[in-house]
Design a protein around this ligand. Structure first.
Ligand SMILES: O=C(O)CCC(=O)C(=O)O
Ligand SMILES: [Fe+2]
Length: 214
């Protein structure tokens, strides 16, 4: 992998972050990507949006997919390593994330999936778990927020329901990375007052159905 120009973190940073994730089921990290990479992701997002590449997000799995704006109101664009080759550096960084998670937390991540998400004003995503029946291969949820100049009162916080009953509000600040367990952490996106942008994804283990086949 080419280095130098790429975002890179020290082993001790990764160690600290992933310990927090293991202890609390979530962790957030500010200034996660390099400034040039952050700008590049932003530009790419805005170009896709100008080209009308986003579509309304649905809920449920393949057979039962439906658009339900009373549950979630975002528009998404699924990223693909080949089609979206301009974002190669982002994919390298995600690979680095997966490598550290495998090494430190001994999780067998075999793949990942990511989409951009855009929540227009007055939209939200009601309380849910990211791992559900038919989608039980999601191990960790990953968010990179893309909102500059986010102010208190703009809404759109991610409300996380923690295992001890505590509730934490995470403002979706630009270049903040958030990781949480997909199988245990219920969460919701509170109603946003402004356009709210993010990169959202999941680190996946081999689907159960495939395990059964092999
Ligand atoms: O954007 C966020 O903060 C969370 C989005 C979310 O919960 C999801 O897409 O499943
Ligand atoms: Fe979610």
């Amino acid at each position: 992998m080419p280095s130098s120009a790429f975002t890179s973190h020290t082993e001790s940073d990764w160690g600290r972050w992933l310990n927090q994730l293991a202890d609390n089921d979530f962790v957030y990290i500010d200034h996660f990507t390099s400034a040039p990479l952050y700008r590049q992701i932003h530009r790419y997002f805005d170009r896709l949006r100008a080209d009308h590449e986003f579509s309304r997000a649905a809920i449920g799995t393949a057979r039962q997919r439906q658009v339900e704006t009373s549950v979630r109101g975002d528009f998404i664009y699924w990223l693909d390593r080949d089609t979206d080759g301009e974002l190669a550096e982002l994919f390298y960084l995600l690979d680095e994330l997966v490598r550290h998670i495998r090494q430190q937390l001994f999780l067998s991540i075999s793949d990942y999936e990511f989409h951009f998400a855009l929540y227009p004003p007055d939209t939200f995503y009601k309380k849910h778990l990211d791992q559900f029946q038919g989608q039980d291969n999601r191990v960790l949820s990953v968010l990179l927020y893309l909102n500059d100049d986010w102010q208190p009162g703009d809404g759109g916080e991610l409300k996380m329901y923690e295992k001890d009953g505590a509730e934490t509000l995470i403002p979706p600040l630009g270049n903040r990375l958030l990781l949480f367990r997909s199988d245990t952490v219920e969460h919701e996106v509170l109603c946003t007052q402004k356009h709210r942008k993010s990169l959202t994804g999941w680190l996946l283990r081999r689907p159960t159905s495939l395990n059964q086949l092999i």
